[in-house]
Write a protein that binds this ligand. Sequence first.
Ligand code: PLP
Length: 471
Amino acid sequence: MNKPLPEVQAAHIREDELDLLEKEARYCSHGDTVHYAEHPKFFDRCEGSYLFDLHGQAYLDLQMWYSAVNLGYANPVVTEAMRAQMEKLPQLACQYLHREKIELAEMICDSVERGFGMKGRVHFNVGGAQAVEDALKLVRKSTGRQHMLAFQGGYHGRTLGASAITSSYRYREAFGEFADRAEFIPFPYTFRSSFPGDAAKTEDWCIGEFDRLFAHEYTGAWNSKTGRSEFGAFFVEAVQGTGGYVIPPKNYFRRLAKICKERGILLVDDEIQMGFHRTGKMWAMVHFDVQPDIIVFGKALTNGMNPISGIWAREELINPAVFGPGSTHSTFASNTLGTATGLAVMRIFAENDYEASVKEKGAYFLEKLRDIKSRHKEVGDVDGLGLALRMEMCTADGFTPSRELADRMFQIGLDGGLPLGPSRNMGLVLDIGGYYKNVITLAPSLEISDSEMDLAAVALEHVLVAAKSLH
Ligand SMILES: Cc1ncc(COP(=O)(O)O)c(C=O)c1O
């Protein structure tokens, strides 16, 4: 059952809302949601950086559907592309061809070639975890190996295959044995490493530990006689998403990729959350000057409209002679509404300099977070790459993780009624991530304005002060 509503919400609750809540408690599984909210919230409308509840109250959204809506809610250009496809070719089985699928694949291949200097092909699916599954199949097919490496703090989705390479045991615990569970390697998380605040030492330590896996055959990872490792691929996120927007030191991935190459381990770059200019670059891994073998994408490709996900892979791994028809398939894989919206999104990216604008906006927002940190000891760390920003909530010692504080900030924002914004009555939509679930992970719209960022900073400090006062 849902918890009793707070006064501010209860005073405004509508009868139909209560009715819906009762029905939700009766008919809806909670197993398909993350359900962080103590008091679930209904939303009715969305536009730009805002969600609106049933009473018309505006909520500034700083998570944009976990970074699936990079170009703002109800983006008119994207909506129009989908509407046009709705009237032209809204349905088509994926075995038949349509123009938008091919043009979208071409644009993704071109962007990978521009970013990484490599040629390859694109393969579509629907959700992120499904694309991760396809990448797993591709790795198994091309390497003959089913064991993978992945990061502690990494997140790749919740299907069985994706759960096996996702670091949280909690996500697997109730679901039996995962014989193909990945080997989880520490990520260079400077703030919480053995060398807090020292990126160079953190990087050296992490690389050293990884390299040691291949020092001799008794590490369980490597046969020094055959020169074969047990692992087909290393699944990585350039910036950890669900793990708390953790940004690695600059040279880390270059060193990691070198070791993988020497040991015949493919590098799979999961760009599902950080791709499509979230970090400024089209692909987050471009910041780190590394060439992945496979790229996995989803979320923001369709700006949160009809979903499309997929993988890009090097030509030699995925050409039809080696990865033929039926290697993977989903009925809705390259659905026409998704390819048309995806194409519109890619064209918007091609026609505007998001690399520059996201860098500039990210620097502006990060400065505001630093400012908040300077006034509150409970903000242990702030960091950002483009508009992927983090605010790590701690106890007053500035280091011990405080999930309670982050949860309270989240709930106060979602309850609404904050005396802020033009109507002096607004809410704030936040997301929480991190190894200790104490990090406010900020993924605002890439179109967010300076005045909205000013408001966001005021609102963040407001919910922080309110959350502290409840302690
Ligand atoms: C990096 C990463 N990989 C995979 C996934 C899974 O994608 P989906 O939720 O669409 O299955 C997510 C979702 O948050 C993600 O952030």
